[in-house]
Ligand binder design. Structure first.
Ligand code: SF4
Length: 109
């Protein structure tokens, strides 16, 4: 069952969602302004292709993706990526941080 955030988001595209306390300047240049929000918050199992097509040429794609990653957006297409794709990025970054924080191993003979 979607949480309240998805119900709010489903009424807008990522470009039109009110981001409390966040830098919203990137939203003004978003490709998805005025696009059908349902494309960006599809029903489970529905195609994300059309939303991703809109995102392809979006000049604020990185800002949008980083916002979604930083805020743990669990639903919808942000920065041209689905939640599953964003989860993969978060995992990769967490692994990279862990590897960077781990003490360097010294070779033993
Ligand atoms: S990357 Fe996609 S979802 Fe994000 S602002 Fe651009 S068009 Fe909208």
């Amino acid at each position: 069952m979607p949480q309240s955030i998805s119900l709010t988001n489903a009424q807008n595209t990522p470009a039109a969602i009110d981001l409390d306390g966040e830098d919203k300047s990137w939203q003004d240049m978003a490709n998805c302004l005025g696009v059908d929000p349902d494309l960006f918050f599809p029903e489970r199992g529905a195609s994300t292709r059309e939303a991703k097509e809109v995102c392809k040429g979006c000049v604020v794609r990185d800002d949008c993706l980083e916002y979604a990653l930083a805020n743990g957006e669990k639903f919808g297409i942000w920065g041209g990526m689905s939640e599953r794709e964003r989860r993969r990025i978060r995992r990769q970054r967490a692994l990279a941080r862990a590897a960077a924080a781990a003490p360097a191993r010294t070779a033993t003979a």
